[in-house]
Design a protein. Structure first.
Length: 288
């Protein structure tokens, strides 16, 4: 069974003249793997998955898995509204080497909690791979309430949650229940979530200074609060600045300076402003 502990990176999707830059993606994955991250997420919101068609998404997944070389797991981000259509997508994507799926509730339609439970139950019964629940009400318009999440925790293929709910009591209740591994999903709350007992994070910020994020998480897992706190004090301003504008625009601006990827996004996403770019680069400079 997949262990989800550690720092996972939700990969950006590099573009070059409108097409996916697979060479750049391979280079990025190889760089991050050397930093000791636990794994990757392909085609999440950081990867601009909503602007990719399914063939592009599957190609991105295959490239990420090939670049990871079998040494690190890759989760595939899958979303949709109609359960049957999402099930079909899960089954097709399972052929591409994924270790599991990161799945949010249906967006826009705002189903009831029973509807959310039924949705994930249907997916879990049909999925050949583990599911990570993606609780992100800012994008879907609905929360996976505590009672709903705990009712799903008994399913053998629902193993973890990416927590973007912003509710400390909810987070603690899921951690205390112990059946789901909880991963921080809001980068700026990462330290708090790990101190509460979360096992790791799926953090876009970890594209930058990944070794420091990995070291911080490992210190906390070992009960070493002082060095973890020292690292976090340096990293926290970066985790805030990278979301001053819609993700992944500030991140791609920084990666274009560091890793040679193009500062290119797909419409309706737009590049970060000069002010935000300079702010992020200044913080990276201070971090060394």
């Amino acid at each position: 069974m997949q262990n989800f502990a550690g720092i996972w990176v939700p990969l950006v999707t590099p573009f070059a003249d409108g097409a996916v830059d697979h060479r750049g993606l391979r280079r990025l994955v190889a760089h991050l793997a050397e930093a000791g991250v636990a794994g990757f997420v392909a085609c999440g919101s950081t990867g601009e998955a909503a602007t990719l068609d399914e063939s592009e998404q599957r190609a991105v997944m295959r490239t990420a898995c090939e670049a990871a070389g079998g040494g690190l797991p890759v989760l595939m981000g899958v979303s949709g509204v109609a359960p049957a259509a999402v099930v079909a997508q899960l089954q097709r994507c399972a052929e591409d080497g994924a270790a599991g799926f990161l799945v949010p509730p249906p967006a826009y339609v705002r189903p009831s909690q029973q509807g959310i439970a039924d949705f994930f139950g249907t997916l879990a019964e049909a999925s050949p791979l583990p599911l990570v629940l993606y609780d992100i009400p800012g994008r879907t318009g609905v929360r996976i309430e505590t009672a709903t999440m705990l009712s799903l925790a008994g399913h053998p293929r629902i193993r973890a949650v990416k927590d973007c709910a912003g509710d400390l009591d909810h987070t603690q209740a899921v951690i205390d229940d112990g059946r789901l591994q909880l991963l921080a999903g809001d980068d700026h709350r990462m330290f708090t979530t790990l101190c509460q007992g979360g096992v790791g994070a799926i953090a876009a910020s970890a594209h930058l200074c990944p070794e420091r994020f990995v070291a911080m998480q490992r210190h906390l897992a070992n009960g070493e609060l002082a060095p973890a706190r020292a690292l976090w004090r340096g990293l926290w301003p970066l985790t805030v600045a990278l979301f001053d504008e819609p993700n992944p625009a500030p991140l791609k601006a920084a990666l274009s300076r560091r890793d040679g990827l193009r500062n290119e996004l797909r419409a309706p996403m737009t590049p970060a402003t000069i002010a935000t770019t300079q702010k992020v680069l200044g913080l990276l400079s201070r971090l060394g």
